[in-house]
Write a protein that binds this ligand. Structure first.
Ligand code: SAH
Length: 332
């Protein structure tokens, strides 16, 4: 049931359906504020990107993707990212800090407000800047507020956390908040994934997939989405497709192929459309559910992997570097 209290009121004194005593108390101990939206950019396809100022010169990005039957918001969980995936613009900009729960949820409130209704957003994906499971203690309360009937009342199927594969955190998430899960797989072998998603050196594919299958047992949809970016000549051969199918066949999995979106300084190219189609067909012929993600908002750099915001790289963290811990990447 959708929460009847979700009216988007930003002043405790206007919340006349709660007691005067509680209103006064809230006024003393809490504040209600939506992060200031800086520049807004709108794509020819209707995708809209907000540059959200989170203070000290740091700007993160939030993207609204309207579709005929749903309205999806892609939110950021960190200013920058420490995961260092070489094909991602956010990774190139480095890591500054974890966002607070209020700054993360604030992006949804900001979008609802801008779109003119407290329930305008129907789906939320943690696929903006940052690695959500590296900011676990702030992201999980947000996921709970999004799905609570007294919060935004979205179904757990409509809230998706996307991760590079922080295995201990996937295990914990299964206990804490079983929202939909997307995993950035991107490669069918450890040798290649070590290069494309460096956290793989710590949590290799077999360990990751085992955590995924456990996670899927508690899911309403029972299916994990595996994201796979299509990089020309790197991970797009039919052998790669066959190996990928070998990993996922007969499992609660679906594959989402993402055409690579370029950005300044990128060292990769996108696979040709016919190569992507052939890869997709190959997966399907081997019994794996696969779709190609339609690129949205690339004319305003709002597509997957193009979100760079404005981040000062405060901590240049690398796997094996002790500062990696400071970026929240390896605690269990
Ligand atoms: N850190 C999380 C959330 C980011 S989600 C994660 O990695 O899952 C963004 C998705 O877009 C991820 O699957 C990411 O790997 C993918 N991506 C990153 N850069 C990309 C690019 N340049 N083109 C296409 N997809 C990209």
């Amino acid at each position: 049931m959708r929460c009847q209290n979700g009216r988007g009121v930003l002043d405790f004194q206007e919340m006349t359906d709660i007691s005067l005593h509680l209103r006064k108390k809230l006024g003393r101990i809490a504040t209600l504020a939506i992060p200031p939206a800086g520049r807004v950019e709108e794509s020819a396809d209707g995708t809209r990107k907000w540059l959200v100022n989170v203070g000290a010169g740091q700007v993160v990005e939030t993207v609204h993707i309207p579709e005929p039957n749903r309205s999806t918001l892609c939110i950021s969980s960190q200013a920058g990212c420490a995961m260092d995936c070489p094909f991602c613009a956010t990774g190139h900009s480095g890591f500054n800090r974890n966002l607070k729960a209020a700054e993360i949820l604030g992006q949804v409130l900001l979008a609802n407000r801008a779109l003119g209704s407290p329930s305008a957003i129907t789906n939320v994906v943690f696929m903006g800047m940052g690695e959500p499971l590296a900011n676990y203690s702030e992201v999980v309360p947000v996921a709970k507020l999004l799905t609570d009937d007294h919060g935004l009342g979205l179904s757990r199927r409509r809230v998706t956390i996307s991760t590079v594969g922080l295995v201990p955190r996937i295990r914990r998430l299964a206990e804490d908040c079983n929202v939909a899960l997307a995993v950035s797989l991107h490669a069918p072998t450890d040798a290649l994934r070590d290069e494309l998603v460096p956290i793989n050196r710590r949590h290799p594919i077999a360990e990751l997939l085992q955590a995924c299958w456990r996670y899927a047992e508690g899911l309403a949809s029972r299916q994990i989405t595996f994201e796979y970016v299509m990089l020309a000549g790197v991970n797009d051969s039919l052998d790669d497709a066959a190996r990928l199918a070998g990993l996922l066949r007969d499992r609660p999995a679906k594959v989402n192929l993402i055409p690579f979106n370029s950005f300044p300084g990128a060292a990769y190219r996108c696979s040709a459309p016919e190569v992507i189609d052939r890869f997709c067909t190959h997966l399907r012929s081997r019994g794996v559910v696969a779709t190609v993600r339609r690129t949205r908002g690339d004319d305003i750099d709002a597509a997957c992997g193009q979100l760079a915001g404005r981040v000062t790289n405060r901590v240049r963290v690398r796997l094996g570097d002790k500062r990696f811990r400071a970026a929240g990447a390896c605690a269990s």
